[in-house]
Design a binder for this molecule. Structure first.
Ligand code: ZN
Length: 292
C-alpha cells in the first residue's frame, strides 16, 4: 500500500482526470455551491462556467486565477503544478517543456505565473526565526588585492532572508545592504510578537532594523557559530541549497528573475516533508493568490 504522504502521477490522474474535475476543484476552493437565492451551482456542460439552478447567475471560477486567459487545458495546468511541486531542486522551462510536451514559450509562461503566485503569501513568520543576507550571481572574483571588488559586488544581487525553524522561508532581493532595507524586510515578513525570537549574526546593520524584536546574536567575527540554541545555520543551509540548485538546474539566473526562483525554492523548503501536502499547499496558494 502506498504511503499517505506520496503523491505520484497516478494519484494526480485519478484525482483530476478531466478539465471538468479540475474546474470543479477550482470552483469549490473559491466559491460555495449554495447560492444566496437558495439554488445550487453546477457546471454548465461544455462551458467553463457554473450556473445557479434557480436565479441562473453564472460564475466563471477560473477568472482572475493564473488559469485565466490561457488556452492551456486545466489538466495540463494541474500537471505543471504537480511537476513543479515535485521539483525539489527547482525546474527550468526547458525541463517543463519536455515533461509536459508543450512549447518552450508555454512552459516558460506557466512557470513564471506559478512563481509569481508563490510570492503572494503575506502572513508573517513567527517562533524561532533566523535572518541573514547573501549575495547571488555575478562573475569573477575581486582580483589581486581586491582591485575589482566594487565592480564584482555591483554585478551581484543581495538577498535578505528569514526562516522559521522547522517552517517557512521568506526572501527578498534588495538594492543595498542598509538598515532601512533590513528593517522593511523584517516588518513585512517577521511578526515581532507572539514569542518570536530573532536569531542573527552580530552585523551592525541590524542594530536599528531589529529594534522591536527580541534579538539573539552569534558573533561570527569572533568565530562563534552556535551558542546554546542561538545560531543561523538553518538560513545558511537554505542559501547553500539554493546556490547549489541554481548551479545544477539553471546554470545562472538573472537578477531580474531571481526573486521568482527564490520564492520557488522557499516553497519547496517550507513544504519538503510530504508530497501530497506539498501539492495541496501549492494548489491552494495558487488559487488564493488570484484574490490579492
Ligand atoms: Zn441563485
Amino acid at each position: 500500500m502506498a504511503k499517505e504522504t506520496k503523491y505520484g502521477l497516478t494519484s494526480l490522474k485519478k484525482d483530476f482526470p478531466t478539465d471538468e474535475s479540475c474546474l470543479e476543484f477550482v470552483f469549490d476552493n473559491l466559491h460555495s455551491r449554495e447560492c444566496s437565492c437558495g439554488g445550487t451551482y453546477s457546471l454548465l456542460k461544455g462551458r467553463k462556467k457554473f450556473q445557479c439552478s434557480k436565479c441562473r447567475f453564472q460564475i466563471a471560477p477560473a477568472a482572475g486565477t493564473i488559469f485565466h486567459k490561457s488556452d492551456t487545458p486545466l489538466t495540463l495546468w494541474f500537471h505543471a503544478l504537480w511537476v513543479f511541486s515535485n521539483a525539489k531542486s527547482g525546474i527550468s522551462a526547458k525541463e517543463m517543456e519536455r515533461q509536459l510536451e508543450v512549447t518552450y514559450k508555454t512552459a516558460w509562461r506557466m512557470l513564471k505565473l506559478i512563481r509569481e503566485a508563490l510570492g503572494k503569501d503575506f502572513t508573517r513568520l513567527g517562533g524561532d526565526v533566523e535572518t541573514d543576507s547573501a549575495y547571488f550571481g555575478g562573475k569573477g572574483d575581486g582580483g589581486e588585492y581586491n582591485v575589482r571588488q566594487s565592480t564584482v559586488m555591483r554585478s551581484k544581487a543581495l538577498v535578505i532572508g528569514a526562516v522559521e525553524r522547522g517552517g517557512r522561508v521568506r526572501t527578498k532581493v534588495v538594492e543595498r545592504n542598509s538598515a532601512v532595507e533590513h528593517g522593511k524586510f523584517l516588518e513585512e515578513n517577521v511578526d515581532p510578537l507572539f514569542g518570536t525570537r530573532l536569531m542573527t549574526d552580530s552585523t551592525s546593520v541590524l542594530d536599528n532594523a531589529a529594534r522591536g524584536y527580541e534579538r539573539f546574536m552569534v558573533n561570527h567575527s569572533r568565530k562563534e557559530w552556535v551558542r546554546g540554541d542561538v545560531h543561523i545555520n538553518t538560513m545558511e543551509s537554505f542559501w547553500s541549497h539554493v546556490k547549489r540548485s541554481i548551479k545544477g538546474t539553471h546554470k545562472a539566473v538573472s537578477k531580474q528573475h531571481l526573486q521568482g526562483y527564490l520564492d520557488a525554492f522557499a516553497f519547496q523548503w517550507s513544504n519538503s516533508r510530504n508530497d501530497r501536502r506539498r501539492f495541496a499547499v501549492l494548489l491552494g496558494t495558487v488559487l488564493l493568490a488570484s484574490r490579492v
